[in-house]
Design a binder for this molecule. Structure first.
Ligand SMILES: [Zn+2]
Length: 257
């Protein structure tokens, strides 16, 4: 069977039958791949003892057979498992939130090189991040991922009447309507959470990147709390489920201060 090698980040693994694993993997040029690593747990095998979440390396991947559900994985060679993430809890929990987001948003076998590079950049920054910068980076990553995936909220004007969102004091962020609702249109979604003008401006800035902007916002705990609440409501509506990783990331980030 023809085989190719791709840069890959392991997202999630399950033990499967004797010695084997099933893995969800983010690849540079094939997006998310779901595959079987036969004999992965053999120490002297092509997977060097097994696949672990958040390991980055080179994946050997067989060409898809028509009609096959799972891809067959040939080998994996780790270049790094980001050891710095495991030295501080806030870093680890921010990485876990990013991992949950990528699992939620990356599409199967649809190239997403910018998402791949963004995820690797985040993990490298988190490896050396200060405790209060870690949750800020997690939220910045989320805003950029939403923008890259085409799921970012409309933040430049009211999504109903198109009045520009300038000098906004407080408005509503409606997942139901797809973005901001002005004072006159807020009745369109009375359950939508309120958001301050400065949190809207921060979300716009974070969504456009680069990630390092999030580090500069890290000392502003009030702003971070508001961004976390806004993204929680938004992303939960997009994915139709709540990511528990965000609350853990924010809690651990706060406890570490
Ligand atoms: Zn309006």
């Amino acid at each position: 069977m023809p085989q190719r090698r791709v840069r890959a980040l392991i997202l999630r693994t399950f033990e499967f039958s004797e010695n084997s694993q099933v893995a969800h993997i983010l690849t540079l040029d094939e997006g998310r791949v779901h595959g079987l690593a036969k004999g992965a747990r053999r120490l002297n095998g092509a997977f060097h003892g097994g696949l672990d979440a958040l390991a980055l390396g080179e994946l050997g991947l067989y060409t898809r057979r028509p009609g096959a559900g799972l891809r067959t994985l040939a080998s994996f060679r780790v270049s790094t498992n980001f050891p710095g993430l495991r030295r501080r809890l806030p870093r680890f929990h921010a990485a876990e939130h990013a991992r949950a987001l990528v699992l939620g948003f990356a599409r199967e076998e649809e190239a997403a090189p910018r998402l791949f590079e963004l995820t690797v950049s985040l993990l490298r920054m988190l490896e050396v991040a200060e405790d209060d910068a870690a949750p800020a980076l997690g939220l910045g990553f989320e805003a950029m991922l939403l923008a890259l995936s085409g799921f970012a909220p409309g933040l430049t004007c009211c999504v109903r009447c198109e009045r520009p969102a300038r000098n906004v004091h407080t408005t509503r962020l409606s997942a139901l309507r797809g973005g901001l609702l002005c004072r006159g249109c807020r009745g369109e979604d009375p359950g939508a959470p309120e958001i301050s003008g400065r949190a809207v401006a921060a979300l716009v800035a974070l969504g456009g990147g680069p990630l390092v902007q999030a580090v500069r916002m890290a000392p502003d705990h009030e702003l971070l709390g508001e961004l976390a609440a806004a993204l929680d409501s938004w992303t939960s509506a997009v994915l139709d489920r709540r990511l528990a990783t965000r609350a853990t990331m924010m809690h651990v980030g706060t406890a570490a201060r």
